[in-house]
Design a protein around this ligand. Structure first.
Ligand code: GLP
Length: 241
């Protein structure tokens, strides 16, 4: 595990974007696992900036996103498909047929998850997986208590996650209660994992996840065992370690 200390959010975003663009430069046809949430938005903005300057090219890159709400169509403003297009894909040259997000509009959970695992397998696995972290230690939508050995599956979101995500919806009632997410197994199989974390509200969980026991109660803690895991955090998020 490598921990990189950034001064602030901007610095964290720049450092994370540097690691991603290094990956794309080293292997132009790499597979990037991407994440939603507020934290990576600055990383995407920095990558867009470097793309516009001609410093990084995504024309051969394949992307697989971590998760999607079950029941939201792609064009719903809160779907992760929509989020990713608004914050990244619409502004860079990732080819549309190389963009993959779990199909939240498929009500057949078993089929949607099986198909997504097949996609990840067919593209040759993930070279670099970007992650945020939930305040309860969730990664993707792998909530506390999830088995470590799962591939893509359907999850019931916890109260903590529903509360944290309600800021994006008009009301709490509108927050979907389920999601399709890559499993911990899928994430652990990525060849490199990069987590971004910022803000004082993440300090406790960062300490617990990376300096506490490895346990399904803190899903991110398994990353301690990953052979190439990098955490880039700002001062506040890393203030307790
Ligand atoms: C959601 C996403 C996660 C993300 C988490 C934290 O639950 N499914 O992938 O890491 O939110 O979000 P934020 O970065 O806004 O704190």
């Amino acid at each position: 595990m490598k921990i990189i200390r950034a001064k602030d959010y901007k610095d964290m975003s720049r450092k994370a974007a540097n690691i991603i663009s290094a990956q794309v430069i080293m292997k132009p046809n790499c597979v990037l696992g991407l994440a939603t949430g507020g934290t990576p938005v600055g990383t995407y903005a920095q990558l867009i900036d470097w793309y516009n300057k001609g410093d990084v090219d995504f024309s051969e890159v394949t992307t697989v996103n971590l998760d999607e709400y079950r029941g939201l169509p792609r064009d719903h403003e809160q779907s992760y498909w929509y989020f990713m297009h608004k914050n990244f894909f619409d502004s860079v040259n990732v080819q549309p047929d190389r963009i993959f997000v779990p199909d939240g509009s498929n009500p057949n959970a078993e089929e949607a998850c099986r198909e997504y695992d097949a996609i990840i397998r067919n593209v040759g696995g993930i070279d670099l997986q970007l992650l945020g972290i939930g305040e309860d230690g969730h990664i993707g939508f792998n909530e506390p208590g999830e088995a470590f050995e799962l591939g893509t599956h359907c999850v019931d979101l916890t109260e903590s996650t529903i509360n944290a995500n309600q800021r994006f919806f008009n009301s709490r009632d509108e927050v979907p209660r389920q999601a399709y997410t890559m499993g911990i197994k899928t994430i652990m199989q990525a060849r490199k994992v990069l987590m971004v974390a910022n803000g004082a509200n993440k300090a406790e969980i960062i300490k617990k996840a990376f300096f506490g026991p490895v346990t399904p109660e803190v899903p991110a803690s398994i990353l301690q065992m990953h052979p190439d895991f990098i955490l880039v955090g700002d001062q506040e998020a890393l203030s307790l370690i």
